[in-house]
Design a protein around this ligand. Structure first.
Ligand SMILES: Nc1ncnc2c1ncn2[C@@H]1O[C@H](COP(=O)(O)OP(=O)(O)OP(=O)(O)O)[C@@H](O)[C@H]1O
Ligand SMILES: [Mg+2]
Length: 144
């Protein structure tokens, strides 16, 4: 797992970082991804998919579906909580059923569901440094 802070100069580099991360996954990981609009969350998930032997082109920004399932060397659940406003909306999707031992769960806008996430998760925060530069911080969220 590439823990730490990474500066990415272009979308390719962000996907490459995602791919490196994806290759380390063994199943059971929850990746809580946070960062403003256009910060590169979906680009990163494309790379994670690639690291799981899933075609990056399969990864899109969910429009109506909040959850997309992809079959790779492990199942990948790609979840986007952007459209869920209220705690009740978020509870209604039953997130916990995706947190299984064998799957990888990548959640965009994860901060909307903090209280519903497992304590052991990987926290990923993206931010804009400028037009094409992004900072990606990957850290382990320890059980407290
Ligand atoms: N270094 C970079 N890393 C990632 N994306 C970049 C970078 N530089 C420019 N971009 C551009 O920024 C945009 C990132 O879009 P992306 O859909 O990945 O963001 P997002 O965080 O998922 O947004 P949303 O909140 O709408 O889901 C793309 O248009 C991409 O081409
Ligand atoms: Mg996105």
């Amino acid at each position: 797992m590439p823990f730490g802070s990474h500066d990415s100069m272009n979308p390719d580099q962000t996907r490459q970082l995602g791919c490196t991360l994806g290759k380390t996954l063994r199943g059971g990981e929850v990746l809580a991804i946070t960062g403003e609009l256009g910060s590169g969350k979906t680009q990163l998930v494309k790379g994670i998919a690639q690291g799981l032997d899933i075609a990056p082109s399969e990864i899109t920004s969910p429009t109506f579906a909040l959850i997309h399932e992809h079959e790779g060397r492990l199942p990948l659940y790609h979840i986007d909580l952007y459209r869920l406003e209220t705690p009740r909306d978020i509870e209604s999707i039953g997130l916990e059923e995706y947190f299984t031992r064998n799957a990888v769960v990548a959640i965009e806008w994860a901060e909307r569901a903090t209280s519903l996430l497992p304590p052991n998760r990987v926290q990923i925060t993206l931010s804009h440094l400028d037009d094409d530069t992004r900072r990606v911080i990957i850290s382990e969220r320890e059980r407290t």
